[in-house]
Write a protein that binds this ligand. Structure first.
Ligand SMILES: Nc1ncnc2c1ncn2[C@@H]1O[C@H](COP(=O)(O)OP(=O)(O)OP(=O)(O)O)[C@@H](O)[C@H]1O
Ligand SMILES: O=C(O)[C@@H](O)C(=O)CO
Length: 421
């Protein structure tokens, strides 16, 4: 029986959570929406997956309308319950990516109702990646969220920093705060505060892994926790055992960077100095997406086979075209490119993908139902393996899904060295 079930609102978030769980000794697998079909339909799949200590469902709901996000999350919950999971970890972004119409609140409302939970913690902090909450204010590397690069995010611009203030407009339930002094006072004090504060959702400060461990201990066996992936760093598997080994492939390598985040832009500029590279002509996509796809696919297959190549959307802030249509077209292009290049003819089997939305589109296009977690590349980023179809006749691939703002500048050229048999 699986112990922990994660529901992540995007794919990089799912592998981020899985990376931290694996780091704590959990045998963990990520399943996609097609993997949910298999859980629902196939008792054999249910029996196999319930052997994992943790199962994380990767949804693509971060920017989805509320009803779709709620439905998908409840479906994930049902599937996780069918695996016997006892605790649910609702994973959203460490920078609380959403708008006032966002779905973090509605999904929490739905999960608390379905689980019959009265209150739950809200903990976006992930100190290893510079995300901290102090006095209820979320900061990124010491800069208030509203003053960070997230202010100009193309899909979820973050213009306020108080987590409770971001959550309240989204939820029908009440939101309170518990600050650092209480967390510093230790498990018993925090437990008391959680019981005493008159609110359903409690935004709990955390600026260190020690704070996260205190929160995990204070929430004990709570059936639901919510946050970024940081809280996982305080969890302990019930039955530690060796992780399922990840398959390492030997095919060609490509970086697909659809993320517009500032860290990704730096990584793109760094990689451009070190590998063959090509920028997506975003304006051309509106009129001739197929032509651009053909051109980039042909270019990629003509590059030297022994090193990675880079296809990217944004290297400088001025490359960004603020339009939902442009964003959707970039996702379509990069995902179709991944599908085409993963075919036996082109022979690409190893993919670093930057950006949550982009990763969701790419993994879906590759048709991966399950991701087995492999070596850690950076905080919240790991290699994973999957098979491009479920019948067992597909092509094994490795993917590293990198959240937009995660990773050091050299990640696109150094990630590969973690990929060894
Ligand atoms: N030049 C561009 N103009 C407009 N939109 C773009 C452009 N390049 C990329 N995009 C879009 O921006 C969005 C980036 O979202 P994505 O989630 O992939 O990355 P991110 O937001 O940087 O990362 P994360 O969500 O992991 O923090 C995607 O929808 C992508 O298609
Ligand atoms: O929590 C984060 O910052 C990431 O896992 C994320 O959500 C990626 O989009």
């Amino acid at each position: 029986m699986s112990h922990l079930g994660g529901i992540a609102d995007d794919f990089t978030g799912a592998t981020d959570l899985a990376t931290n769980l694996a780091g704590r000794g959990f045998d963990v697998v990520v399943v996609t929406e097609t993997g949910l079909d298999a859980i629902e339909q196939d008792p054999g799949v249910r029996a196999r997956l319930s052997g994992y200590e943790a199962v994380v469902v990767a949804l693509k709901t971060r920017t989805a309308p509320v009803p779709a996000a709620v439905d998908a999350s409840l479906r994930a919950l049902d599937a996780l319950r069918a695996l016997g999971t006892e605790r649910i970890y609702d994973k959203y972004c460490s920078t609380f990516d959403s708008t006032d119409e966002g779905n973090i609140g509605p999904v929490l409302d739905a999960l608390t109702e379905a689980l019959g939970v009265e209150r739950t913690v809200v903990v976006p902090s992930f100190p290893d990646n510079g995300r901290t909450v102090r006095g209820g204010i979320l900061s990124v590397h010491g800069v208030r969220l509203e003053d960070s690069s997230m202010r100009t995010h193309p899909l979820t611009p973050m213009t306020r920093s108080r987590v409770a203030g971001l959550l309240r407009p989204q939820s029908i339930r009440s939101v309170g705060e518990i600050h650092t002094d209480t967390v510093d006072a230790g498990v018993a004090a925090l437990r008391e505060a959680i019981a005493a504060v008159d609110a359903d959702y409690l935004v709990v400060d955390a600026t260190s892994d020690q704070h996260l461990a205190t929160i995990v201990e204070a929430t004990g066996d709570a059936p639901l926790v919510s946050g970024g992936s940081g809280l996982a760093l305080g969890l302990t598997p019930r039955t530690p055992r060796s992780a399922t080994p990840m398959t390492v492939t030997a095919g060609r390598r490509i970086v697909l960077a659809g993320s517009a985040s500032s860290a990704t832009q730096g990584q793109v500029r760094h990689a451009k100095e070190r590998m063959p590279h090509r920028q997506v002509d975003v304006r051309a996509l509106a009129t001739d997406l197929d032509g651009e796809l053909d051109a980039i696919a042909t270019w990629a297959t003509q590059q030297p086979e022994d090193g990675p190549v880079l296809v990217y959307a944004v290297a400088e802030p001025s490359d960004l075209i603020a339009s939902v249509d442009a964003a959707a077209a970039v996702e379509r292009l990069l995902s179709a490119l991944a599908a085409r290049l993963s075919g036996a003819d082109a022979g690409f089997t190893r993919f670093v993908v930057a950006g949550g939305e982009t990763s969701g589109a790419v993994v879906s296009a590759l048709g991966l139902d399950e991701l087995v977690i492999g070596p850690r590349i950076a905080a919240g980023v790991c290699w994973a393996s999957g098979t491009t179809d479920r019948a067992g006749t597909g092509i094994p691939v490795n993917v590293a899904l990198k959240s937009g703002n995660f990773g050091t500048e050299d990640l696109f050229s150094t990630a590969w060295k973690e990929l060894h048999a």
